[in-house]
Design a protein around this ligand. Structure first.
Ligand SMILES: Cc1ncc(COP(=O)(O)O)c(C=O)c1O
Length: 376
């Protein structure tokens, strides 16, 4: 029986496969330290949990408006000066928002430029929409605008920017973003900005949302999420902000794909928006301390670029190649001998690297890095 050709190029998420392997090892009694994880370790705030269960018991369990609860869209629109609820679509995580965007802008042969290394789902989502991902290397994890300009063809429809970046933790410099905006304006391209990690920025480079540049607004599609910011990964609530005509198209896709996001999860998201700023700042500082610890301990073992955002180190393991093999063999070695899980860089298009998450508490983080040191 027939299976779509699409599957010749679509792979399951490598990181999800890894999560399953870790669960199996733990079930077999091994004390695995998970530095592969892509979600914060903190629990959702009690207010969020209470608002969600209250909505559930009060019967907010039916279909809701496709684009999201009106009050939630209104509150999210307030993040974007000049936008109103018609500029917002509430999606099942940033992931679904991105999927719907590619459905809306791709056709067979149409190209989307993506800086590499990158989060794996981008390129597979483009392919699932019939498009072609065009990967452009970064330089020491920063954008290479000249190379990105050279990658534009008459088939290009969009450039995707993910800052802070998964897997590198890079926060892109303002001057490079300005160049990308220029390229998009000159070539009439969509500019997609995945800002899922916007709450996790450290160091001297302040986070710059692409929404801060009014000149690109009509071509800009911003994707954000409750997942990482509020530790709500399982709620599956994200959102897209864009021009109203684009939101109307995405809402059509959304209506056929899932309809509204889980109604009571959206009530939880409403409560999350009211999280006091100092609580968010406290968490950000905690993550910065973890970042500093990971950089200090990881720096003794690997050649690395200090991440200014997200919660990942992305060091080179090329110097260990002769002894342990490529990045996949390295990750396997560390998992089997040290019981520490890290993700091979080749999962993100960057062989010779590993991704170490510091989304885990300082004690386990430092024990994990110490164990790696011991087995190396
Ligand atoms: C860069 C990036 N974008 C989007 C997502 C998806 O997040 P969500 O849980 O909101 O779907 C992730 C999750 O790991 C991510 O790393």
């Amino acid at each position: 029986m027939y299976i779509s050709d699409k599957f010749n190029n679509i792979l399951p998420s490598g990181t999800l496969k890894f999560t399953i392997l870790i669960q199996e090892l733990r079930a077999a009694g091994r004390d695995v330290i998970d530095l592969a994880v892509g979600e914060p370790d903190f629990a959702v705030d009690a207010d969020v949990a209470n608002a969600t269960t209250k909505a559930l018991t009060e019967g907010h369990t039916r279909y809701g408006p496709v684009a999201g609860l009106p009050l939630l869209r209104e509150k999210l629109a307030a993040e974007f000066e000049g936008y109103d609820p018609a500029n917002i679509l509430v999606t099942n995580g940033a992931k679904q928002g991105l999927f719907e965007i590619f459905q809306a802008i791709c056709d067979p042969g149409r190209e989307v430029i993506i800086p590499s290394p990158s989060w794996v789902s981008f390129q597979h989502q483009v392919r699932l929409a019939g498009g072609t991902p065009v990967m452009v290397d970064t330089i020491q994890h920063q954008l290479d605008p000249d190379a990105m300009a050279r990658a534009v063809t008459d088939r290009t429809v969009a450039i995707l920017i993910n800052s802070p970046n998964n897997p590198t933790g890079a926060v892109y410099e303002r001057s490079a973003l300005e160049r990308i905006i220029d390229i998009c304006r000159k070539n009439d391209l969509w500019l997609i900005s995945d800002e899922a990690y916007a709450a996790f920025v450290y160091g001297d480079t302040p986070f710059t949302s692409l929404f801060d540049f009014p000149e690109i607004r009509s071509q800009l599609i911003v994707v954000r999420s409750f997942s990482k910011t509020y530790g709500m990964t399982g709620f599956r609530v994200g959102y897209v902000a864009a021009a109203q005509e684009m939101i109307a198209r995405l809402t059509t896709v959304h209506g056929h794909l899932t309809g509204n996001v889980c109604t009571f999860a959206q009530h939880g998201a409403l409560a999350a928006i009211d999280t006091p700023l100092d609580a968010l700042e406290h968490r950000r500082r905690q993550f910065q301390k973890r970042r500093d610890l990971a950089v200090r301990m990881g720096g003794e073992l690997f050649d690395l670029t200090i991440p200014d955002g997200a919660f990942y180190l992305f060091p080179s393991v090329a110097c260990y190649q002769e002894r342990y093999g490529d990045d996949q063999a390295f990750a396997q070695y560390v998992l089997e001998t040290a019981n520490v899980a890290v993700v091979p860089g080749s999962f993100f298009g960057a062989p010779g690297h590993i991704r170490i998450s510091f989304a885990t508490g300082t004690e386990r983080l430092s024990e994990g890095l110490q164990r790696i040191k011991d087995v190396l």
